[in-house]
Design a binder for this molecule. Structure first.
Ligand code: ZN
Ligand code: ZN
Length: 457
């Protein structure tokens, strides 16, 4: 009897001690934590709360990255060889919690310490990549992706498969980013080879696509981006609905207008073209911006037809800063195709220059051969030579002095610029109805070849 009583007291004492230890870890009190471990090393094996959080979970989730002192607790725990992938009640790793809370500094330390990025929780069978997309922490997402390139995951699973990893409901990280309106994550995932038409039903089975999810979430930006990356407006989910129906049901009128299969199809990023997959960062940013801008112009007509005012929903205002003053612009070399925009892209090897909009229109015109799926690249419109590479053109003024970087990185929006009402020569390039999609891009399968090209970029 007496023995029972004393063990009960001991247990309570231990429990209290664990609580103190946990709060010291969570608050980053390094000295307290060290002293308590020195006193009784078993506190390292303690867990707290219903979720059974280990000290490492607490350190990963609660520390403030800004506060070096608090990251120090995490480092100290890792130095003591605590198990880096210790699981809580929901089979979540400390890495998942760090990602959930957007603690980039912590997750980097955990990954360095060998944390496995390919663990699945027991709630929805999600990975840390799902967490990053769901919570919209784009820095965490990028860190995971770059680690996936070098980690054993790349060897065992392959990078493309990891990016398109499915949770218990069949959702890929791209689905979650689309559903929760995480535009930056959406972009980063697409950029890393996420399949834009992946189905939650699995390969070859009907299910929801990221576009269905974006229609449900109601983010116009996400819908716009998915369409520009080749998402299919007519793909059915398991209940036979297209994304348009989903958007209507949830009263997202603007999304619905863009998703209406009878409205004009947007331009699609010409990813199968070899030189597009090899673009350098700057040239890519220019062309991507041109693509989104061009689609925004097309949208204006669509929205007008649907009697939806575009102004509050569009991010046009952010381009205002980029409008170059008339005098400055008149000194710039104008694109010889549209005579409207400044030449920002240079074709290699012939060195001819065009604006980003015209370059893009040229690339989007070419459809791949349906039989082989391979694309013959477009030719330079000036010399009819092959385009092997696109680079950012040096912006010259008439006095031939270089303008320092600032205008290069962002597309300029000229006073009267726009795709749909552009000059006639440009119209001939852009108005032909074949912008649409690029076959092969839309299949829900992992196409090893096309992904490889995409990923290397
Ligand atoms: Zn042009
Ligand atoms: Zn040329």
């Amino acid at each position: 009897m007496g023995q029972n009583q004393s063990s009960c007291v001991m247990q309570q004492k231990k429990k209290k001690e664990n609580g103190v230890f946990a709060s010291a870890v969570a608050n980053g009190e390094l000295e307290v934590v060290e002293a308590m471990i020195k006193d009784d090393v078993t506190v390292l094996d303690s867990t707290v709360g219903r979720a059974k959080l280990s000290p490492l979970h607490l350190a990963a989730a609660n520390v403030l990255v800004e506060n070096l002192f608090k990251v120090a607790v995490l480092s100290m725990l890792l130095d003591r060889n605590v198990k880096v992938d210790v699981l809580n009640r929901h089979k979540q790793t400390p890495l998942m919690l760090a990602v959930m809370h957007g603690k980039t500094g912590c997750m980097e330390k955990l990954i360095l310490a060998g944390a496995n990025i390919l663990m699945f929780d027991s709630i929805r069978r999600r990975t840390c990549l799902h967490y990053a997309a769901y919570y919209g922490h784009v820095d965490c997402l990028k860190t995971i992706l770059s680690s996936a390139h070098s980690s054993p995951v790349a060897d065992s699973w392959g990078f493309a498969r990891f990016v398109n990893i499915r949770d218990g409901n069949g959702a890929t990280p791209l689905h979650l980013a689309a559903r929760h309106r995480r535009l930056e994550c959406l972009h980063s995932l697409l950029d890393n080879g996420a399949l834009v038409c992946a189905s939650t039903g699995g390969y070859g089975f009907p299910g929801r696509t990221p576009l269905h999810m974006a229609a449900r979430g109601g983010s116009v930006d996400c819908v716009r981006m998915l369409l520009a990356w080749g998402a299919e407006r007519l793909q059915l989910d398991s209940s036979g609905r297209i994304p348009f129906t989903v958007a209507l049901k949830h009263k997202h009128r603007t999304c619905a207008a863009l998703l209406d299969p009878s409205s004009a199809a947007p331009l699609v990023w010409p990813s199968p073209l070899k030189f597009i997959s090899e673009l350098n960062h700057e040239a890519k940013a220019l062309l991507e911006n041109a693509l989104l801008e061009a689609n925004r112009e097309r949208e204006k007509t669509v929205l007008k037809d649907n009697d939806i005012s575009s102004s509050p929903l569009h991010s046009d205002s952010k381009y205002d800063d980029d409008i170059v003053s008339d005098s400055e612009e008149s000194n710039m070399e104008l694109c010889c195709i549209c005579f409207d925009q400044v030449c920002t892209i240079e074709v290699k090897p012939c060195d001819h220059q065009m604006c980003a909009h015209c370059t893009l229109a040229l690339c989007c015109l070419k459809k791949p051969d349906p039989a082989t799926g391979c694309t013959t690249g477009p030719l330079c419109p000036f010399c009819r030579g092959p385009i092997l590479q696109l680079t950012v053109a040096e912006i010259k003024t008439s006095s031939d002095t270089e303008v320092e970087s600032s205008p290069i990185t962002k597309p300029r929006r000229s006073r009267k610029s726009n795709f749909s009402e552009g000059s006639s020569s440009f119209k001939s390039l852009s108005a032909i109805g074949s912008f649409g999609r690029i076959a092969g891009r839309n299949s829900g399968k992992i196409d090893a070849e096309s992904n490889e090209g995409f990923i290397k970029s």
